[in-house]
Design a binder for this molecule. Structure first.
Ligand code: SF4
Ligand code: SF3
Length: 555
């Protein structure tokens, strides 16, 4: 029997499954504890579904707990066994409270206790710490024997994990939508229901795509109402001569509070990885100590963090197990965790996080070592592109702009990902790349020129800003007068790695996008039959040779 089984990300071992230790560095213990946590969240969701059937209310505490618990299990977010042990204790306690609430409601509305069948996830209780260990090894992915049902259940769960992450960012900024929580719980509970067949689960997977778009729209509203619409921004890649703090991940609220707390402290703030698009927000530009971007995408952190010299704040994924040489400088916050790293606690109600340990560490640090010079562009979210609509339409009409090629998604370590750099280099000069997510680091520093002043790599932002791509496509359809989004001069070559990319992919399918190329590998969690459905229904195709794909993307 394998010690663990996880195949939720693109780098899973042998494109089959990590079964001894995660390629990401996740231990078997943590992987199994994550499985147990997800199992218990399904148990909680079983009861919340029942409560809703009785027209009862689910509390904000429950909604938020499920959302954050799922986020913690996303690839490269949290590697700390002790964090998951705490999550599991809390989940057991919460589940039993929700169960009691359901029974009371049932009694009240139906005049008797519920005596129907309960899934084990809704009832299992440990009597000793060893029970947690044993159970954590029993409740993983492989417990579902039918390969197609397993594939659909996991596809659904990974999509939900993805939008749970986005919903959490929106929640932190004070934006919530009950429908998102409802679908999160409906989807989780559905994976416990053995009566659901492949067609019904496929329906839920498609509905997950709809919910992904809803969540990305909510987050777009949350980000832009708090910080303004991103503006096209030229970002310096060099360094200054003062110590710095490097901020990585996706959380803009952490970024804002850190900027506020470091003002006048003699420290500079740099963005890293998915925080690069923070450079485009008007609200952050007023800070003089907000410097440029340092380094590339997440998988280069082991060399780049060494050279940064100052503290690094990981607000979300992607954290890699740190090297000894810099681990005392890495701070985690939010749902991120790694044993031995310092953690910045959550903000108290109505207050701010206290980043003073990070700031003190920066004051003792040397300035960063220069990695590169030059600049890179970001800040082309939907609002900025709408303002260039006339130029874009003129370029299409004149024939200078033939295609938008959407190359959004994630980056990763695999050598095969050089494919994406080569595609960018080989696309003809009448193509513009629309990007979002850390996939951009494969080509955003190439000198690809512009078309009528519009750069040939248009960076719409983080992976969660992929919503911009939906808005852009819809606005373009309106402007050129086409009804079907697939009749637009837009093609798709998506790079995936973790579960947020799964949610973005399902979101694109939900808005009707067809013929997406997906790489660098086909997800291991897609069974042959499920993959065939995606191919037949949506024309999804694995990435192939560069020349062949470039020709198809331009056709
Ligand atoms: Fe393996 Fe990816 Fe799971 Fe990590 S997250 S254990 S690399 S499949
Ligand atoms: Fe990247 Fe981790 Fe997915 Fe937000 S930072 S896109 S991989």
């Amino acid at each position: 029997m394998s010690k663990m089984f996880c195949y939720q990300c693109q780098e899973t071992a042998r494109n089959y499954g990590c079964d001894v230790k995660g390629v990401c560095g996740k231990t078997a213990e943590v992987s199994n504890l994550q499985d147990l946590l997800v199992y218990l969240l399904k148990g909680v969701s079983f009861y919340t579904e029942k409560i809703k059937e009785l027209d009862g209310e689910v509390s904000s505490e429950v909604n938020v707990f499920i959302m954050k618990g799922l986020f913690a299990t996303v690839t490269n977010v949290n590697f700390a066994a002790e964090d998951f042990e705490d999550w599991i204790d809390d989940a057991l306690e919460l589940r039993d409270r929700v169960a009691r609430k359901f029974q009371q409601l049932h009694q009240q509305k139906r005049g008797e206790e519920f005596t129907g069948e309960l899934p084990e996830a809704a009832t299992w209780k440990p009597v000793s710490p060893q029970d947690i260990d044993n159970k954590s090894q029993e409740v993983g992915v492989l417990e579902t024997e039918n390969e197609d049902i397993r594939s659909l259940r996991e596809l659904l769960i990974y999509g939900i994990k993805g939008f749970a992450a986005y919903a959490d960012h929106a929640y932190i900024l004070g934006h919530e939508d009950e429908e998102i929580y409802k679908f999160m719980q409906k989807g989780l509970a559905a994976t416990l229901d053995d009566s659901l067949d492949a067609d019904e689960l496929t329906g839920l997977v498609m509905a997950c795509g709809d919910c992904s778009v809803t969540t990305m729209a909510l987050l777009d509203e949350a980000n832009t109402s708090a910080y303004g619409h991103p503006e096209p921004t030229e970002v310096d890649l060099g360094v200054g001569d003062r110590p710095g703090i490097l901020v990585s991940g996706h959380d803009l609220k952490d970024f804002e509070e850190l900027l506020e707390q470091t003002e006048g402290e003699g420290i500079d703030i740099y963005t890293h990885g998915e925080m690069l698009p923070a450079q485009g927000y008007p609200a952050f530009k007023k800070y003089d100590h907000f410097k440029g971007n340092y380094g590339g995408s997440w998988w280069k952190q082991k060399t780049e963090f060494d050279k940064f010299n100052g503290p690094i704040l990981m607000t979300t994924n992607c954290l890699m197990p740190p090297k000894d040489s810099y681990q005392d400088r890495v701070f985690t916050t939010g749902v991120v965790g790694f044993e031995g790293l310092s953690h910045i606690d959550d903000r108290p109600a109505g207050g701010n996080k206290d980043f003073s340990p990070v700031i003190e560490a920066a004051k003792q640090a040397d300035p960063p070592e220069e990695l590169e010079t030059g600049t890179v562009m970001t800040g082309f979210a939907h609002n900025a592109l709408s303002q260039s609509a006339e130029d874009i339409l003129a370029a299409i009409e004149s024939g200078d702009l033939k295609k938008f090629v959407v190359m959004s998604g994630c980056d990763g370590r695999f050598k095969e990902r050089e494919y994406f750099t080569e595609v960018a280099e080989n696309l003809p000069e009448d193509a513009i790349i629309l990007t979002s997510g850390c996939a951009k680091f494969r080509y955003n520093k190439l000198d690809l020129g512009d078309i009528g002043g519009i750069p040939r790599v248009v960076d719409a932002g983080q992976c969660n800003d992929s919503y911009s791509l939906v808005v852009i496509a819809k606005e373009l359809a309106e402007a050129v007068g086409v009804d079907d989004i697939n009749d637009l001069p837009i093609s798709y070559d998506i790079a995936w790695y973790e579960q947020k990319a799964v949610c973005v992919l399902l979101g694109l399918l939900a808005v009707g996008v067809k013929n997406i190329k997906l790489g660098p590998t086909v997800p291991a969690f897609l069974s042959d039959n499920v993959l065939n459905v995606l191919v037949d229904k949506f024309g999804i195709a694995p990435t192939n040779g560069v020349q062949e794909d470039v020709a198809e993307l331009m056709s």
